[in-house]
Ligand binder design. Sequence first.
Ligand code: SF4
Ligand code: SF4
Length: 212
Amino acid sequence: MTQYGFYFDSARCTGCKTCEMACKDYKDLPSTIAFRKVYDYEGGTWTDAGNGTYTSDTFAYHVSLACNHCAMPACMAKCPSGAIEKDGKTGLVRIDQEKCTGVGVCVTTCPYNVPILDATTKKGVKCDGCADRVAEGMNPICVESCPVRALEFGDIEELRSKHAGTVAGIAPLPSPDETTPSLAINPCPAAKEVGDTTGAIMNEKEVTDIPA
Ligand code: SF4
Ligand code: SF4
């Protein structure tokens, strides 16, 4: 099986959210649902040197995140309806809308806060890796839309080989040990390691508290 996944270059990403909007447009999502979200992570302080000058260790960067089509998907392991499937050829993880009973276990078990319960259909929904486009040899729409080419999609092992020095997680993402995400991130110089406590998600309401 080829495991498809995303490469994300945090040194390029400007936080413009074009990827998020292109996905919402392509998938015709309501205002309450986004399959790709862009986290604004910022922190640091200013220190008064007492001589009229200040020093700063402030930082700010963005993380564009959709479903990571994990090798060990917690969402799939915990779904009581067996509605979440991992494709045998591509490794893409999808929620079968026919089988989903809307209990929302995936919403609470995914450490990346990816699945959302659609208030209208009462079903779990999330990024499917644009499986229909991928089957026709195209990239997911988010990858196509990024104006600075900060996203790539493909065989995750090939992406890791192509881009030296990638990691599977940076703050504010959870430890990759939980689900083994198919994600390769180029950390920008400001990027903090997973578990960092010096920064905060500055757009938390936007990325974690979208009303159902
Ligand atoms: S990122 Fe979350 S929803 Fe996607 S496969 Fe991994 S555990 Fe499941
Ligand atoms: S479109 Fe590209 S630059 Fe803009 S937020 Fe998404 S990944 Fe970052």
